[in-house]
Design a protein around this ligand. Structure first.
Ligand SMILES: CC(C)(COP(=O)(O)OP(=O)(O)OC[C@H]1O[C@@H](n2cnc3c(N)ncnc32)[C@H](O)[C@@H]1OP(=O)(O)O)[C@@H](O)C(=O)NCCC(=O)NCCS
Length: 185
């Protein structure tokens, strides 16, 4: 089996690299071998409280929801593939899906990668004929640039709160709820 199993003591280290060393970014469905890279990226941001932490069990069990952006990165004279972006489309009901775990490596930001990932999730949503996708976010300007609009969280169905109730911010949530109408009439 080629996918490395990780021991409890092993650290998934966040990779530091410079923008000029990054080549050939591509977006594709996530695979099992991406999970440790996704975890490193998500938990890098979760450590500063801008997104929810995700452990490997969650990521393996929801693997089919995820897209990853990968890149070849020059490090110590060799090119190695890294996960430099990810996000998930979590289907909640017949008419509603959620964008979760959106993250782009700091060295790949502000080049349109986040917007490309979100666009592909919206295309997934359209292919599934799900009319609405929402997110809870602190980066409302980014999501507004992707076509999302603010939306009262009270209008979201109870099923949304099942996931929310697992969040440490549940009682003092500072995130903005935003929605995108996928199947505009
Ligand atoms: C939010 C994030 C995914 C954006 O990724 P990105 O690849 O830099 O985004 P894009 O280059 O596609 O940005 C498109 C536009 O969105 C806006 N934007 C992007 N990041 C933003 C931010 N952090 N705050 C406010 N606006 C932002 C800008 O208008 C940007 O255009 P510009 O670069 O010409 O100014 C990235 O900053 C990130 O990973 N942040 C940390 C994790 C996080 O907050 N995730 C969201 C959880 S809901």
């Amino acid at each position: 089996m080629d996918v490395p199993l990780i021991s409890h003591s092993e650290q998934v280290v966040f990779p530091e690299f410079a923008a000029q060393d990054i080549r050939d970014i591509e977006i594709r469905s996530a695979k099992a071998c991406d999970v440790h890279g996704m975890s490193a990226l998500i938990n890098h941001y979760a450590a500063s409280n801008v997104m929810l932490a995700r452990g490997p069990q969650y990521l393996f069990q929801h693997l089919q929801d995820y897209l990853v952006a990968t890149a070849r990165v020059r490090r110590a004279d060799e090119l190695k593939e890294y996960v430099v972006g990810c996000a998930a489309l979590n289907v909640l009901w017949a008419d509603l899906a959620e964008v979760r775990s959106l993250a782009v490596h700091p060295s790949c930001q502000h080049s349109g990668l986040g917007a490309r990932i979100v666009r592909q999730l919206i295309e997934r949503c359209a292919a599934l004929e799900i009319p609405r996708v929402f997110c809870f976010t602190l980066v409302d300007k980014f999501f507004a640039s992707c076509g999302f609009v603010p939306f009262s969280r009270e209008l979201l169905p109870a099923i949304v709160w099942a996931e929310c109730s697992k969040c440490p911010k549940f009682y003092h949530c500072d995130e903005i709820s935003m929605v995108y109408e996928v199947l505009k009439k």
